[in-house]
Write a protein that binds this ligand. Structure first.
Ligand SMILES: [Zn+2]
Length: 255
């Protein structure tokens, strides 16, 4: 139970530092806390974002930072700069991510360069003993293949858009999957929730995107929507489902 007596949540993946929240971040955080969200993990894509996210985490006790890299940035120098920052700030960072593959936009040779940089992040995570949060847009199968080959298992696949078959290959390696509120309008996400055991699920908002309504700004309090839908799909009691999802996240990140 949360401090307010209801179910408690961890938003394992969002972008609270995004400029979409610059005008009302206090209220957004307040609404999340009121909904039972105890921890919000904001995920960065560059050195600049990392700096902003760390400032925000200083301000709000409930905010933690996951440091990642935009898969559509092919600059090895930029990746190395972010890696140096991650090493320097190791104690202020709870995970490496999102990192991974985005085959929606990348083609041909660009995909190979993405895989190379992705391998670099996997080895850094294993060196620093940090969990990995994976972006795998239109590349679920490929991301899982690379992870399995590299042999790194402390993995959270966020907003996975691949098939349930490939997801279950990840599950067999112990991978976790976080479900965004867009599960309300995505048959693929419903299928995913049906096939993945609840012990391998978490909730994320991916705010400001992937909300229950496509055109509306999403926010961390909407992890309640994800949890409610997961409980419904699994046919389990809502409070019990929330507690399992909460404890899954807590033990994965070792909070
Ligand atoms: Zn994201």
């Amino acid at each position: 139970m949360s401090r307010r007596g209801g179910p408690r949540f961890i938003d394992v993946h969002c972008h609270l530092h995004d400029k979409a929240f610059d005008n009302d971040r206090d209220e957004v955080v307040e609404r999340a806390l009121k909904s039972g969200v105890e921890i919000i993990i904001t995920s960065t894509l560059s050195t600049q974002e990392l700096k902003k996210a760390l400032d925000i985490a200083e301000k709000y006790d409930c905010v933690k930072v996951s440091a990642g890299f935009n898969p559509l940035n092919f600059s090895v120098l930029d990746a190395e700069e972010v890696a140096r920052e991650i090493k320097r700030l190791r104690d202020k960072i709870v995970a490496i991510g999102e990192v991974g593959l985005d085959f929606f936009y990348a083609r041909g040779e660009e995909r190979e360069r993405q895989v190379d940089i992705f391998r670099f992040w996997i080895s850094l995570a294993s060196e620093l003993k940090l969990p990995l949060v994976i972006h795998s847009r239109s590349a679920g199968k490929y991301a899982i293949e690379v992870l399995v080959k590299e042999g790194y298992d402390r993995v959270l696949m966020h907003a996975f858009d691949g098939s349930s078959g490939w997801a279950l290959k990840g599950v067999s390696r112990g991978f976790m999957f976080s479900i965004p509120p867009s599960v309300m309008r995505s048959q693929q996400k419903v299928k995913l929730v049906k096939s993945i055991p609840i012990e391998h699920l978490m909730v994320e908002s991916d705010a400001p995107v992937l909300g229950p309504e496509p055109e509306k700004r999403n926010e961390p309090s909407n992890v309640v929507v994800s949890a409610t839908k997961i409980a419904e799909i699994k046919g389990v009691d809502l409070n019990e489902a929330c507690e399992v999802l909460y404890l899954n996240s807590k033990s994965f990140f070792r909070f």
